[in-house]
Design a protein around this ligand. Structure first.
Ligand code: UDP
Length: 352
């Protein structure tokens, strides 16, 4: 059986790493063909993950990145369709909510190739987010929908997706954390004692809803400045460009570094005192490492983290950011909100 995996962005490499390994370990009957759309193309946003996480080299790299959403999705569709016709896969596997996800799902569904969507059913209920459009459309053309949480499953049922297509599979990012956490590596760019004794804030910012609005970026930077803790900020190239384009500057307590590989990121998550992020994946990883998370958004798809008391939604409000980063009480204990580490096995078992 042939499975074509379409990936293109950082979080998809991490998710695909564990699923691809599960195919190799548990499904000798499957030939996986990996298509990298090229959506993320900087070495530290792409290559490093293939090397560090032992992902097989992509069979195809389409080199499509850097355009607008419409340009990227359109160009991907055309090239992916050609590949699907020549490779004729039995299944197409897509992850998450990027333009690469939508292009893979749409091209496959028009060719009547069944689509399996890993991380189905997540909703922010904010249709201004490009990710929300990508998720909703992908879910509705998919044949097999792997929901990471029961909330995600309920979202799909509410939208009329047939229950028999949905599998509550757990979250493959939890599998990734379990597999790679002992391999965590300190980033070379920071000192072993960074942030001691009070600990440091680990911050990431990349969502368009923040990066495209100077007032929001300014609110976040002011909140970080006022929290009076050292902050480490591995910065997405787009955010860096926007901050300088808007004439904003980084506060003194913020150490900006280039994006790091996953093993370095895991080290930062393990060693920080608290996380501030607008990333989906990083919110969950904070929980996996039992770190409180201050979410720089107005809503989250991972509502169970807020309900559990580990995550606070603070938007771009500098006062709320400051207060939350000074520390907030968490319940102390964590539960298996995201499965028990066998999500990738669940995924590869059902793609038949
Ligand atoms: N990540 C990383 N290096 C970084 C920042 C993030 O390896 O410099 C990892 C992070 O640990 C998580 C994933 O990238 O596993 C999250 O990706 P991102 O925040 O780009 O996307 P989202 O999860 O919001 O879709």
């Amino acid at each position: 059986m042939k499975v074509m995996t379409v990936i293109g962005a950082r979080p998809q490499f991490i998710k695909a790493a564990v699923v691809s390994r599960a195919f190799r370990n548990h499904r000798p009957d499957v030939q996986e063909v990996i298509v990298h759309t090229g959506q993320h193309y900087d070495a530290n946003m792409s290559e490093v993950f293939f090397e560090e996480l032992d992902i097989p080299k992509p069979d195809y790299n389409l080199g499509i990145g850097g355009g607008t959403h419409g340009q990227n999705t359109g160009r991907m569709l055309e090239k992916i369709e050609d590949l699907m016709i020549s490779e004729s896969p039995d299944w197409v596997l897509v992850y998450g909510d990027t333009d690469s996800t939508l292009a893979g799902a749409l091209a496959a569904s028009k060719l009547h190739i069944p689509v399996a969507h890993v991380e189905a059913g997540l909703r922010s209920f904010n249709r201004k987010m490009p990710e929300e459009i990508n998720r909703v459309l992908t879910d509705h053309v998919s044949t097999l929908l792997f929901a990471p949480t029961s909330t995600a499953k309920q979202n799909l049922i509410r939208e009329g997706v047939e229950e028999k297509k949905i599998s509550l599979a757990g979250d493959v990012m939890y599998d990734a954390t379990l597999f790679y956490k002992e391999m965590a590596k300190k980033p070379d760019s920071i000192d072993e004692n960074f942030g001691n004794p009070e600990g440091f804030v680990l911050c990431t910012i990349h969502r368009a809803e923040n990066t495209d609005h100077p007032a929001r970026l300014e609110g976040i930077l002011n909140g970080l400045a006022r929290c009076a803790k050292p902050v480490i900020l591995p910065l997405h190239p787009r955010t860096r460009a926007k901050i300088s384009g808007f004439g904003l500057s980084f506060p003194e307590n913020v150490t900006v570094i280039d994006p790091v590989g996953y093993l370095e990121m895991v080290w930062l998550e393990k060693n920080c005192a608290i996380v501030a992020t607008d990333s989906g994946g990083v919110q969950k990883e904070a929980y996996f490492f039992q770190k409180p998370c201050v979410t720089l958004r107005d809503e989250t798809e991972w509502v169970e983290l807020v309900e559990a008391g580990w995550n606070r939604l603070v938007g771009a409000d500098s006062l709320l950011i400051e207060n939350s980063l000074r520390g907030f009480e968490t319940p102390g204990s964590v539960f298996d909100l995201y499965g028990n580490g066998d999500s990738a096995f669940n995924v590869v078992s059902l793609v038949r």
